[in-house]
Ligand binder design. Structure first.
Ligand code: FAQ
Length: 311
C-alpha cells in the first residue's frame, strides 16, 4: 500500500522523538528542509566571511610562528565553510544558489564579522571570544537532528577548540606583557565582548525560528541559554589574566548559580544584521571580488570534468 503524506509525517516525527538522525534521502517536511538550508548556509557563509577579519593580520603577525598558526587557523575556517556547504547541498540546493543568496543580501552571516580587527590583540580576542562563542553553540548542534549537519559539527568543534586556545594564549601573553600590551588586550576585549554576546541571536522571546527549530531538534538549546553558558565560562578566564569584562552590571548570582549581565544593544544588532555595520559592505565586496577572481578555476574544473566524461 502506498504511503500517504500523513504516514511519512508520522515516521519523521517518530524518528525525531527517538533521537534518530534524519538523513538526506529520508522524507522530511518542506519547512524543515527550508529552515535547515537557511541556518546551515548562513553558518557556512559565516565561516567563510569570518576569514576576512583575521586575514587582515596575516602579513602583520608579530612572529613567523604566529603567522603559521594564524594561517592554519584561517584555512580551517575555510574548510568548515566547505563541509557546511556540502552538507547543505545534500538538501537539494546548489552551491551557486547559496552564494547568490549571500551576494544578493538574501542570506545573512554572523553579525560579528562586520566589526574591524584593528590591532594584533583583536586576533587574540577573536580566537578566545568568537571561536569560544561558536564552540558553545556548535557543541549543542552536534546533537542536531539532521545527520550531515551533526557530523560536520563534531569535526568542526575539535578544530574550533584549538582555535579558542590559540586566541586565549595570545591574550595571556599580552596580559602578562608591558603596560601597553595589556592595554591593547583590554581594548580588544572591550570592543569584542558585546558583539560576541550578539552571536547567540535575539532573546528567546524575540527569536522567530527558535520554537519550531527546538520542536524539530534542529536547535537543542535556546539562544539565551547558550549565551548564559558562554558568559559563565568566559568571565573566570578574563579574571585569570587580569582583564575586565566591560559590563558594570556583571555580577555572580548565587541563587541562580550564574552570572547576571547587562543588556545587549539590540539596535546595534539589528543595524548590523540589516547590512549597516562597520564592515558589511567591505566584507561582501571582498567576497564577490574573490568569487569573480576564482571563476576561471571553476570553469577549468567543469571543462576537465566534461572532457573526462567524454573519453
Ligand atoms: N548574526 O530566529 P533567530 C564562527 C538572524 S561560526 C546574523 O534566533 P535562528 C566560526 C537569524 O539568521 C558563527 N544574523 O534565528 C569562526 C534570523 O534571520 P533570517 C556562525 C543573526 O537561526 C570563528 C533572525 O536573526 N555560527 O564563528 C544572528 O533560530 C572565528 C532571527 O533569529 C552559526 O551560524 C547573528 N548573530 O538562531 C569563523 C551557528 N543571530 O534567517 C571565523 C549556527 C540571529 O530569518 C573566525 N546557527 N540572526 O533572515 C545558529 O545556531 C542559529 O542560526 C543562530 C540564530 C543561533 C545564530
Amino acid at each position: 500500500m502506498a504511503e500517504t503524506t500523513e504516514d511519512l509525517e508520522q515516521a519523521f516525527e517518530a524518528k525525531i522523538a527517538a533521537e534518530e538522525k534524519i538523513e538526506p534521502k529520508d522524507w522530511m517536511p518542506e519547512a524543515y528542509r527550508k529552515n535547515l538550508v537557511r541556518q546551515m548556509s548562513q553558518h557556512a557563509h559565516s565561516e567563510v566571511i569570518g576569514m576576512q577579519p583575521e586575514g587582515n593580520w596575516l602579513t602583520r603577525a608579530p612572529t613567523l610562528k604566529r603567522k603559521c598558526i594564524l594561517l592554519a587557523k584561517i584555512q580551517d575556517e575555510g574548510g568548515h565553510g566547505l563541509y557546511l556547504y556540502s552538507a547543505t547541498e545534500t538538501l537539494g540546493v546548489s552551491r551557486e544558489e547559496l552564494i547568490d543568496a549571500l551576494h544578493e543580501g538574501r542570506a545573512k552571516y554572523a553579525s560579528i564579522f562586520n566589526y574591524p580587527s584593528l590591532t594584533w590583540a583583536d586576533i587574540g580576542a577573536i580566537g578566545w571570544l568568537v571561536d569560544g562563542a561558536a564552540i558553545v553553540n556548535q557543541i549543542s548542534l552536534q546533537r542536531t537532528s539532521y545527520g550531515p549537519y551533526a557530523r560536520a559539527m563534531v569535526r568542526i568543534c575539535k578544530e574550533e577548540s584549538f582555535h579558542q586556545r590559540q586566541g586565549y594564549e595570545i591574550m595571556v601573553e599580552l596580559a602578562r606583557g608591558s603596560d601597553a600590551q595589556k592595554a591593547m588586550a583590554q581594548d580588544a576585549l572591550n570592543r569584542w565582548w558585546w558583539p560576541s554576546l550578539m552571536m547567540f541571536g535575539p532573546h528567546d522571546a524575540e527569536s522567530a525560528h527558535s520554537a519550531q527549530s527546538m520542536l524539530w531538534k534542529i536547535k537543542r538549546q535556546s539562544n539565551d541559554d547558550l549565551r548564559q553558558k558562554f558568559v559563565d565560562q568566559t568571565v573566570p578566564q578574563a579574571e585569570a589574566i587580569g582583564l575586565r569584562i566591560p559590563d558594570d552590571a556583571l555580577v555572580w548570582n548565587e541563587a541562580r548559580g550564574h552570572y547576571d549581565f547587562g543588556e545587549i544593544d539590540w539596535d546595534e544588532f539589528q543595524r548590523v544584521i540589516r547590512g549597516d555595520g562597520l564592515c558589511n559592505r567591505q566584507r561582501l565586496r571582498h567576497h564577490k571580488q574573490a568569487h569573480d577572481d576564482g571563476a576561471w578555476v571553476r570553469e577549468a574544473m567543469a571543462a576537465y570534468a566534461a572532457r573526462e566524461e567524454n573519453v
